[in-house]
Design a protein around this ligand. Sequence first.
Ligand SMILES: [Zn+2]
Length: 134
Amino acid sequence: MPAAHLLIVLWLLRDHRDDWEGWPEGMACTEPPVCVPCVALSLRLCPALRRGAAAVRVRQFELAGVRGALYRKGASGAVAVDDVNLAYDDPDIRWVVASALIRELRGCTLVPLATISRNSEKAPTPECGGLRSD
Ligand SMILES: [Zn+2]
């Protein structure tokens, strides 16, 4: 088994577990993963996460497509007509100016936030790119 399949990565997401059975399995995600030391800081500083967050361990997170502005031919050049999420194999992808990569989350396990928070008391390290709040 390739090493990448043994890697489990943590995501901190807005809590939409009522959206479908097994959420967030199969979700298209533009957010980056998070390291454990940054969880408490993210929960404190991110307005969206303060409205309700879920920590998820993810086993597979393949790049699946892009989010961006879809353009079409206009009278005097290309014109943005919509904000879209498109898979890489969608023929329209050549008309998109991407603003984010989309990963498809698979092998998801919800983790109680209290479990993560207990392990995220220490300050983020410079290596993780975490910002200090002080
Ligand atoms: Zn971090």
